[in-house]
Design a protein around this ligand. Structure first.
Ligand SMILES: [Zn+2]
Length: 115
């Protein structure tokens, strides 16, 4: 498994939610954002955030994500790769931030889409 996909898989294992996704934003060969699908906020304002959006947020926005690659990996309970094609909401966010491509896991490996 590629280095950044492995990093995303490690993040996925820290997910608190049923859908265990992890994401890493890579730019110029360096990981600039990393996150899992988790709950954020507290009190009455708790909400879940998709790993892709959380990683893009951690990367710091358009300047740090532009031209970059987003890796998103979903890991099953047995540690195997699962389908993680980004949802329309996350794809839209990637377009807004000018992410160049997305590498995502499937049940039998990794696939790449141009954004
Ligand atoms: Zn999503």
């Amino acid at each position: 498994m590629r280095r950044f996909a492995k990093m995303a898989a490690d993040a996925a294992l820290q997910s608190e939610l049923q859908f265990t996704h992890g994401a890493v934003v890579v730019r110029n060969g360096k990981a600039v954002g990393r996150a899992a699908c988790n709950r954020y906020g507290k009190g009455g304002w708790e909400h879940s955030v998709h790993a892709e959006v959380a990683a893009l947020r951690e990367a710091g926005g358009r300047r740090s994500s532009s031209g970059g690659t987003l890796y998103v990996v979903r890991v099953g309970k047995d540690g195997s790769l699962r389908e993680s094609h980004p949802c329309p909401w996350c794809l839209g966010r990637m377009r807004q931030l000018n992410v160049h491509k997305c590498i995502y896991s499937t049940n039998d490996g990794l696939r790449c889409i141009k954004i």
